[in-house]
Write a protein that binds this ligand. Sequence first.
Ligand code: SAJ
Length: 429
Amino acid sequence: MSSVYVHGLGYIGLPTAAMLANYGHSVVGYDINQELIEDIDKGNVSISEPGLQAFVTEALESGNLEVSNEVGPGKYHIISVPTPFDEEEKDADLSYVEQAGESITPHLRTGDTVILESTVPPGTTVDILQPVLEESGLTAGEGFALVHCPETVLPGNIITELRENDRIIGGVNGVSTEAAVRLYESFVEGDIRTTTNATTAEFVKLIQNTYRDTNIALANELAKVANDYAIDSREAIELANKHPRVEIHQPGPGVGGHCLPIDPWFLAHDSDELDLIPTAREVNDGMVDYVVELLAKELGSLADSRIAILGVAYKGNVDDIRNSPGLSLARRLQSTTDTATASVSTDGGTSVGVTLNDPHVEDQTLNLQPIEVATGGVDAVVVTTDHDEYTQLDPAAVSVQMAGDLVVDTKAVLDEDEWQKTGLRVERI
Ligand code: SAJ
């Protein structure tokens, strides 16, 4: 069993630290956020992720996990820090990766292994992190092992996927790769695939999310065409996917979260030669406008309308609102100033009012309302997140609250026939 430092105790770092501790390693979780360290030390986990609180508590109680706001020596250092997206530059801010490297360098000893798990543009491990670590006087691949091992877990199912997903390990050389394999094979039940090129591992992670984003863009375009033919895009996609070599994703109100809307730019920002990847991003970001147009068409006009948006989390059964399509829709309605929509407001202002509901999100700044309040007196309800709670909504109860009869189900979570029986018009995309 090894001593491991995990740098960055966020969505991935904290579960990873707890996982390693629960598999017997001696783990120190480090974060620059002192308040976070104090909270975790008291056993309080603020990230809403199924099973995580109990998992972290188990790790702390075993004595194998401790948290600290200081970095010290460790046989392994896993870097799991944010790589925020610079919207203007369409590029990654790698300052946290550099800072993590700088905090490790004074403690780096011969034989240690440094693993970068954060999602980064190709070349980051070798071009950015390696020079910082080599300030220690040791050489990557000789004095210490250096590796990129991307995380691939799905929010909402993190603990299971940390253990069961396959992993890709790309060291700067064979010795580095082998050192990281020894650590991951202690808890990973999936296959561990290796490459002796850290940049390849970085690239693989990005193309997985780019594939998904591009595929969703295709589904979104198909949904628009299907709408022109008055056919159900979901039914058509389901039938098409029966073919053994076809796997079209699902349309929706846009692509949210911190991965799919961003990672394609980590690939595309440096290249003038790419068309498809940036276009797919535009298609997915443009779905909010498509929903606005659909609402305007079905309502005749948006002016003086009241619209309830159900779902501000970026996807079902999570509380994460980063790049939320539901919130983009609310903002888009707010900023709509065409003649049909003189003034749109999320607080029920002078013209069009938008109300918000989300059973998973707690955010005082958003004025989220219980479902019966959010849908009270509205002309249209738009479902933007596939929460389980929405699949169980009672159409009669919603219908009674509403003033109008339009329901736009962007995630196909409602039983269309049941809802239509109550006299509501259900539009899907
Ligand atoms: N979405 C669609 N249609 C679909 C699937 C998803 O519109 O058919 C939307 C969702 O509603 C959501 C967005 O895409 O708004 C992203 O959701 P997601 O479930 O596709 O992915 P994330 O961002 O939660 O997690 C992804 C995963 N990547 C892949 O599946 C290739 C996860 O495994 C990665 O670990 C994660 O990114 C990450 O950290 O990179």
